[in-house]
Design a protein around this ligand. Structure first.
Ligand code: ITT
Ligand code: NA
Length: 203
């Protein structure tokens, strides 16, 4: 079978494709539906934005859709960039500009949250992922997952996307971008949210 994930983010698309593959589910994304107008994500929460994105696809095409709204919440920044993670450094969204702004803000504040071995940690942080699955009849399933870690100044690793090179996991002694994709897809905010969603599906 096939599922439509209402995303234009290639990093997310790749992770969903990998996580759904063992279930025999193929992923389509908005790249396969280019005529859909840009969706205005003006919700206050990840959950609200995920619902907005899923509903836009259901309303337009009359097919079930899954949407992911996610981002990085940094303690020393009072939870920022949060729902603004994609456009932290302005629009259009640009991962390297967002990462540069994140580190510049933490440096400006002189933020420190200790060290892990030799690795200086700038702040505790978490990734959050909200998922919304909406059916044409109106049935809605929502799930959420988080992944705890620390922000580090030096970018490390080539896997993943977005803020991954600056997101350090003490348990692995590595950033999310240094983990093999299959490891990220076991422990990430997105993986946790998807496992929860699947458990709701099975009920
Ligand atoms: P869609 O709305 O089309 O899905 P988007 O990139 O605009 O794509 P969001 O509004 O949910 O998606 O913004 C999420 C931002 O948070 C994204 O730009 C990433 O930089 C960051 N992010 C989310 N999950 C991440 C992850 O697993 N690793 C690194 N950064 C992540
Ligand atoms: Na968003």
């Amino acid at each position: 079978s096939t599922i439509i994930v209402a995303t234009k983010n290639r990093g997310k698309a790749k992770e969903f494709a990998a996580m759904f593959a063992p279930l025999g589910i193929e992923v389509q994304t908005l790249a396969d539906y280019p005529e859909l107008p840009d969706i205005v994500e003006d919700g206050d929460t990840f959950a609200a934005n995920a619902l907005i994105k899923a509903r836009a696809v259901v309303d337009r095409y009359g097919i079930p859709a899954l949407a992911d709204d996610s981002g990085l919440c940094v303690d020393a920044l009072g939870g920022a960039p949060g729902v603004y993670s994609a456009r932290y450094a302005g629009e259009p969204s640009d991962d390297s500009a967002n990462n540069a702004k994140l580190i510049a803000e933490l440096r400006r504040l002189g933020s420190q949250a200790g060290t892990d071995g030799q690795q200086p940690l700038l702040s505790a942080a978490r990734f959050v992922c909200a998922l919304a699955y909406v059916e044409p009849g109106g049935r809605v399933l929502q799930a959420e997952g988080a992944c705890e870690g620390y922000i580090v100044a030096d970018a490390r690793g080539l896997h993943g996307f977005g803020y991954d090179p600056h997101f350090y996991l003490p348990d692995f002694g590595a950033t999310l971008a240094e983990l093999a994709p299959e490891d990220k897809n076991r422990i990430s905010h997105r993986a946790k949210a998807l496992r929860q969603l699947i458990s709701f599906w099975e009920e």
